[in-house]
Ligand binder design. Structure first.
Ligand SMILES: Cc1ncc(COP(=O)(O)O)c(C=O)c1O
Length: 358
């Protein structure tokens, strides 16, 4: 069997949740498990996060997966509903929903639900993505307040630059949110992982961690371990061939790598078909037998090669770690000119997930 797999360390996720509790002691935690829990397995992660106060997902399909997987905590749809017909499912599966646009209010007011909903009214504090702006926020709020389809209204906003501690944008966005909502005694949420770490004044009633749960730092140039977080995924494979190459020989598609001296290459069973980034540069670190070695040549669909050096003792069958405790995904992301989010979310269904308690 192909040895390419992702070990999911459930105890690391529980540890990370506990760290978040310490960082935001007065807030409830809405654990963000969209995109298959950033590829860690949505139901398995949620089952393990019995201490989370609530879960957040991007769409109704993900919420139904959680409910049918036996998850009973509240679930919030972060983008609300995309079609009016989803309201019946929101009702049936007992979900909470974000409301970011007038068309969603129109559909809600026109619907006939068996019960009434908890809604999160989203304020766009000039990220200019989802939410009502200051001019139409109050009118939206009034419409929801006067509807008997709505049992509770909570407020939310989202930050554009919380990962950049040098940026003024988060303070500006937060001030807008405070100015608009200060005299409203309803529950509020603003903070993603970066704001949990860097902007404690934005914690409010609920925080919404995603990437931190999986052990990564959301802050530019930091690693999860620097915040006492533990990586939840180890992406690993094995050496399937060893090649002797002479100085000047090339390796891989496009002959993109040229041997600077005589050396040995190890061919590893992982490629972009598994989610390893195609644009990773020559030199991107890969872990084998206790050390980091450089990627050599273009990433193929199913394989990579690494330069293990002329005197290396590595053999076919040796374990190779692409990211995990041995090698932070943040480091690999930097070499591939991307962010850890895309690497985690990009792990494909061909990679076997193996959930471990410890
Ligand atoms: C609205 C919202 N809140 C929270 C999060 C979690 O963000 P992070 O993974 O940076 O903590 C996301 C993720 O994209 C989001 O879209």
């Amino acid at each position: 069997m192909r040895p390419t797999r992702a070990i999911i360390h459930l105890d690391a996720i529980t540890h990370n949740l506990a760290m978040i509790r310490q960082m935001a002691p007065n807030s409830q935690i809405m654990a963000v498990v969209k995109a298959d829990a950033y590829s860690h397995g949505i139901v398995q992660v949620a089952e393990h996060l019995s201490q989370a106060d609530c879960f957040a997902v991007a769409c109704i399909e993900e919420a139904i997966q959680l409910r049918e997987g036996g998850i009973s905590q509240p679930i919030v749809l972060l983008e609300g509903y995309f079609e009016a017909e989803e309201l019946a499912l929101i009702d049936r599966y007992d979900l909470q929903t974000v409301i970011h646009s007038q068309y969603q209010i129109d559909w809600l007011l026109a619907s006939k639900l068996s019960g009434s909903l908890t809604v999160w009214l989203k304020f766009d504090s000039q990220m200019n993505r989802l939410g009502f702006n200051p001019e139409n926020f109050t009118a939206a709020l009034k419409q929801l307040e006067s509807s008997d389809q709505v049992s509770e209204i909570k407020l939310m906003t989202h930050f554009a630059c919380a990962d950049d501690i040098a940026s003024y944008k988060t303070e500006q966005q937060n001030k807008q949110f405070v100015d608009l909502t200060a005299d409203m005694t309803v529950e509020k949420t603003a903070a993603n992982s970066a704001a949990i770490l860097a902007w404690p004044e934005t914690h409010y009633d609920w925080v919404r961690p995603g990437i931190m749960l999986y052990g990564c730092s959301p802050l530019l140039t930091r690693h999860g371990a620097q915040h006492q977080l533990k990586p939840a995924m180890t992406l690993e494979s094995q050496v399937i061939a060893i090649k002797q190459v002479k100085k000047g020989e090339t390796a891989g598609y496009g002959a993109h790598w040229v041997a600077a001296q005589d050396t040995r290459l190890a061919v590893v069973a992982i490629g972009y078909g598994d989610g390893y980034p195609r644009h990773a540069e020559n030199g991107t670190p890969v872990w084998i037998n206790g050390r980091e070695v450089p990627l050599a040549g273009r990433v193929s669909m199913d394989m990579i090669a690494v330069d293990i050096g002329l005197d290396s003792q590595d053999e076919v069958g040796d374990r190779v770690v692409l990211w995990g405790e041995e090698l932070p995904v943040e480091v690999v992301a930097q070499s591939a000119n991307t962010i850890p989010y895309t690497l985690l979310c990009g792990v494909t269904s061909r990679v076997k997930l193996i959930w471990q308690e410890s």
